[in-house]
Design a protein around this ligand. Structure first.
Ligand code: FUB
Length: 324
């Protein structure tokens, strides 16, 4: 049976789902029509604001809470509000979002609100030291918050291999061969959720042999769309493989890694990008993701949701999706 988009009145993508105040909130990108042609740089994803959505039950009515943050109100941003995420700590809600700064470099910003639906008030500068795209926040059981981020090609992660932005490596360049693939980044967040209190480190993703996944292993290596969740005491880091269009996951014993690649969550969907979140709500686990079934165009996507089936290990090969 075809799965219906969560909403049809807007184009939405990159859904980050969280349970706040007993409801399921979704923080997606808000895709919009432009005349920009598709390219590997992702210029066609030219978004200018965020809407927040909520629901009391999966499959029930979805409330669009309207515009929660606009590019024109973010002092440091020039364009491209890409995949956001939200967090709750100390009675406040935080929206993390990537955008290009005035020099065209992707940075990560934070905005605060008293309510999960916003509106969110942005800081005047991006998070100091932040770079690249696709922030995913994770607050562990001990209250320590982490921010995962990074994305290659248009997400510019490959421009930061020396620790400084190198625009000459800008277009479509990633390591090749048997050298280790570029890795997602992680940093610990301060108590007020507005800055990093640790160095930014690489999040190691190893294969079954215990070695870092090689750059040429495009079916498994990290591309973008970081997400972290915890299940039965284990950390699950999931992400998109980008040009091979899989959602995959790796597990570890610490939020700072190392992680070991485990398998696929979702086969390629309609459209070039694939990006998701995983959340437990009312005793069931859900995968939020997007495809392009509403428009047929790469940059006009629609968020969907499916329940995750908790399949016993022995049966996993028979049913090849949504496994833990
Ligand atoms: O929505 C723009 C970009 O497309 C996101 O940041 C990526 O994860 C991909 O979905």
């Amino acid at each position: 049976m075809a799965i219906e988009p969560l909403v049809k009145h807007l184009f939405t993508a990159d859904p980050s789902a969280h349970v706040f105040e007993g409801k399921l909130f979704v923080y997606p990108s808000h895709d919009r029509k432009t005349d920009i042609k598709d390219n590997d740089n992702g210029d066609q994803y030219d978004m200018i604001d965020y809407h927040v959505f909520s629901m009391e039950s999966v499959g029930g009515p979805v409330t669009d809470h309207g515009v929660a943050l606009k590019a024109e109100n973010i002092p440091w941003a020039s364009k491209q509000l890409w995949a956001p995420d939200a967090a709750f700590k100390n009675g406040k809600y935080y929206l993390y979002f990537p955008a290009r700064d005035k020099d065209g470099v992707f940075r990560i910003g934070v905005a605060e609100s008293d309510a999960p639906q916003g509106p969110f008030e942005p800081e005047s500068e991006p998070i100091a030291g932040s770079y690249s795209i696709d922030p995913a926040s994770f607050v562990d059981d001990d209250g320590q918050a982490y921010l995962y981020f990074g994305g290659i090609w248009g997400g510019q992660l490959q421009c930061w291999t020396t620790g400084k932005f190198d625009g000459s490596a800008y277009t479509n360049m990633e390591a090749t061969g048997s050298v280790p693939a570029l890795l997602p980044r992680v940093a610990m967040l301060s108590e007020d959720m507005r800055s990093f209190t640790s160095d930014i480190t690489e999040l190691a993703i190893n294969g079954a042999d215990g070695l870092l996944l090689p750059a040429d292993d495009h079916d498994h290596r990290f591309f973008e769309a970081a997400w972290m969740h915890k299940y039965k005491g284990k950390y699950y880091f999931s992400y998109s493989t980008g040009d091979t269009h899989f959602l995959v996951y790796a597990t570890g014993d610490s939020p700072l890694g190392p992680f070991t690649y485990q398998g696929k969550i979702l086969d390629p969907v309609e459209g070039w990008t694939t990006h998701h979140s995983i959340v437990e709500f009312k005793g069931k686990w859900y995968l939020f993701y997007h495809d392009t079934s509403l428009s047929g165009e790469n940059h006009l996507r629609c968020v969907k949701v499916r329940e995750i089936l908790l399949i016993p290990k022995a049966d996993r090969k028979k049913i090849h999706e949504y496994l833990f």
